[in-house]
Design a binder for this molecule. Sequence first.
Ligand code: ADP
Ligand code: ZN
Length: 760
Amino acid sequence: MPKRYPERCIVHSVPFARVALAIPVRELFDYRVPEALAASVVPGARVRVPFGRGVRIGYCVERDAECRHPQPKDIAAVLDDEPLLDGALLRFVQWTADYYLASVGEVIESAIPKSIREAAPKDVPWVRLSAAAASDSPPRASAAGARILRHLRERGAPAPLADVLDACAATRAPLRTLARRGAVEIYRAPQAPPPPTLAPPTLAPPLPPRAAHASIVAPLAAPPFALNADQERAIAEIRAAIAAPRYETFLLFGVTGSGKTEVYLQCIETALARGRSALVLLPEIALTPQTVARFRERFGAVAVLHSLLPAGERSREYARLRAGEVRVAVGARSALFAPLRDLGVIVVDESHDASYKQESTPRYHGRDLATVRAMQLGIPCILGSATPAMESLANARRGAFTLLMLPARATAHSLPSIEVIDRRREETGRGPQPGLLSPRLAECLRETVRDGGQAILLLNRRGFARHIHCDSCGFVLRCPECDISLTYHKRAGHVLCHYCGHAAPFPAACPECGANAIRRAHAGTERIEEVLARLLPDTPIGRLDRDTATSRDRLEEILRQFRAGATRVLVGTQMVAKGHDIPEVTLVGVIDADISLHLPDFRAAERTAQLLCQVAGRAGRGARAGRVLVQTRTPEHYAIEAARRQDMEYLFEREAATRQLLCYPPFGHLVRVLCEDGREERAERSARQARDAVRSVPELKILGPVPAPLGRLRGRYRVHMLLKGRERAPLHHAAGIIADGKPADSTTRVTVDIDPQNLM
Ligand code: ADP
Ligand code: ZN
């Protein structure tokens, strides 16, 4: 029987409703609730409303006795029998909209998949009693009609039309008559949720099967090994918060392979044993089939939620979660808005990962919102990472988060040793050597392959060569639409813009001076693959980047081949650094650690250290010890040193002074305002106007406006400015003024990004 919301009785006599619409206007719209809909326009329900000259679908946020509109229009229809969002979720959505300066409607439409929001073609007709028929004297009806009314009243809930006709041995005619008289309503909705399904096949070797919900009733299952003392301590602390239950954010800071996942699993078991559910967020979930498999092994039925899921499957997962049939959900950032019942704990794995930030409206940070959702629900949140963001470390230092350390690997081997190779003076003593691989890295690769080990090579640049220039006149081949040099892709035989996808043939001669002197520099993954083929002629090599992993299947295939040992060396972009646990990998090589170090972004050092630590963590996870070789031309840089020590606290110490001085996070807060326009002067004018609008806000520092580092993208000029403040309040106030203002030119697109991660 569907749950009734208390709002339903309270709101009956309240004549108006505030409705959120998915338009970029941060206000709610007031409508009158017609008598017939008085009981069904509840907070969280979808409604159809007149707007402008047309109609729109909106979301009722609250009912109110007062109306701010002098002549409110009527709500035309209610689309849901049960509200799409429950009270807690609605509150969370409102918080998100307020904080990230989006409209409530925009947040709802971004948070809840289209297939759930909109009647899917597979919807079937349902029948319910109208408010009047449900309450008092039975309306006039034929014998069949009376049977239908009695059935619905006894059932006390809507039912699929086909079931009603079946149960009452009736035809459609009497039902239609009832509908015409207003005794019942016929509407379309998804089919009833299917019966519980068995867990889909897992990707990892099977463990002894367990019933889907065994953990809810059975005593806690023992892990396949004894927990170590650090794990025990962490689990005990988190368990206490789950049992209370109370809000608390734990920063689970454990080196790569320290057994963080086991901590998550045990804590989730505790929540399940108490009849609660659990939500696990993973970054770029497509990259981590292995992690998903571990959750399935332990818990059986696990809902997996991400944007690549076919619409039908997603609707099914939502229905199972809503019904409480499945109590563990694993998903990408948007899973924060999934309708889990009785949530008991939230886990954010690899919580430092940049992909938790959504780079379109609403520009929320999944990690930060996870703590907000936990706080609103009064439950614990676990942020796990081997390389926590400086913001998280700072929160732990000032006591906002509880720090839990796992300082050692859980398996036999300690962390791999890291050797830094200075490409400026190599050990040959003959100065810099040409080529992508230093003699030392080349030798180690040969040795590893000879000894039956596997190797991972990181080069964070795809394609064959990134810089195509003319040796004669210095001309550099650039994208006509973007302010970026083009990358040569050898196999595809063309040059490509990595931002907009513009492709052109590789020029035979310089388009500028006509000289036959076109050169290529800045090698990418495709080039490394070729170099390796020469170095290790009989060794199968795999490549993992966006050019090879064109689909989820392709990606899993590349990883599967490497895991099975069919390929011995895997080269790739940062995709090779993500969470993979492949025991035979004994060597990790970083071709060029400096690529990300010199980007015009205050987080460049932090991100470089994180990437290096993460990729280093792929080595020596099995029985054999691992080693890591990092090639660089700036070995003295503290980011490289932090990676060598595998120590993000060291990075924090080295970086803190500068960030403190410049008021950058975590010692201050940032808002980025980006103005984009096809005409440069218009983008500039809009940016200047935005600056002038907030100039008088106190305690605010304004940097810019200046051209963004990526000055032109897809044909639009980009001008940005940064707002900085020690306190959030004035900053947020200023950001709101800009977000609600009109740009100087109507063609300018103005983006206000709270806590930006991307400054390019
Ligand atoms: P992390 O998530 O911190 O990178 P994992 O949870 O993947 O680490 O653990 C790394 C490996 O260690 C896994 O194969 C896991 O099964 C194993 N492991 C975890 N805890 C223990 C333990 N207490 N004793 C032995 N092995 C463990
Ligand atoms: Zn381009």
